[in-house]
Ligand binder design. Structure first.
Ligand code: T46
Length: 149
């Protein structure tokens, strides 16, 4: 599996995406679809969501060799810490709106923390689940990103 992204991707490649809102007196609807109309730039093959997260928990703590993911706080809020391995201070992004997505390309070490009560994190992933494309060891991540320092 290619490790190219770890040598290239930067926290500045992580993009905030405003999803269109269709509002009415009855509430608001946002949509993500595949194909030319996708706001993400990739087709989604997997959706997962994280809930019942205690406020003091830290989740994530890994990077991906291949997968692109867009995180959305469907309910409540949480922070995402983004580290590209360059040695710069990690970028912190607060997700707190259900129509705001954070697109994270491969090669970025992400950690989620500061979960509000009742928060729900939805992830729209480009690829099917494959544990072999996770980098879960930070020393291994530093080795893969050594060219950036
Ligand atoms: C990420 C952050 C934002 C599956 O069996 N299938 C899946 O599609 C996923 C995502 C996970 N799992 C299993 C693997 C573990 O045994 O669920 C368990 C928990 O996964 P993990 O420890 O990776 O959870 P997080 O919250 O640390 O990370 C997850 C995603 O795995 C990851 O890609 O970027 O959410």
């Amino acid at each position: 599996m290619s490790t190219d992204f770890h040598a290239k991707s930067s926290t500045q490649d992580c993009r905030l995406i405003e999803l269109e809102r269709f509002g009415s007196l009855e509430g608001t609807l946002s949509v993500v679809e595949n194909g030319a109309a996708s706001p993400l730039g990739y087709d989604v093959s997997r959706v997962f969501y994280i809930f019942d997260t205690p406020a003091e928990a830290s989740r994530g703590g890994h990077s991906h060799l291949m997968d692109y993911q867009t995180l959305v706080a469907l309910s409540g809020s949480f922070d995402v810490l983004l580290d590209d391995g360059s040695g710069s201070e990690p970028r912190r992004v607060c997700l707190n709106r259900p129509n705001l997505g954070l697109l994270i390309p491969p090669g970025i070490w992400r950690t989620m923390e500061n979960f509000s009560a009742g928060s729900v994190c939805m992830a729209l992933a480009k690829n099917p689940y494959d544990e072999a494309e996770y980098v879960r060891d930070y020393d291994e991540f530093l080795r893969l990103t050594a060219s950036k320092r």
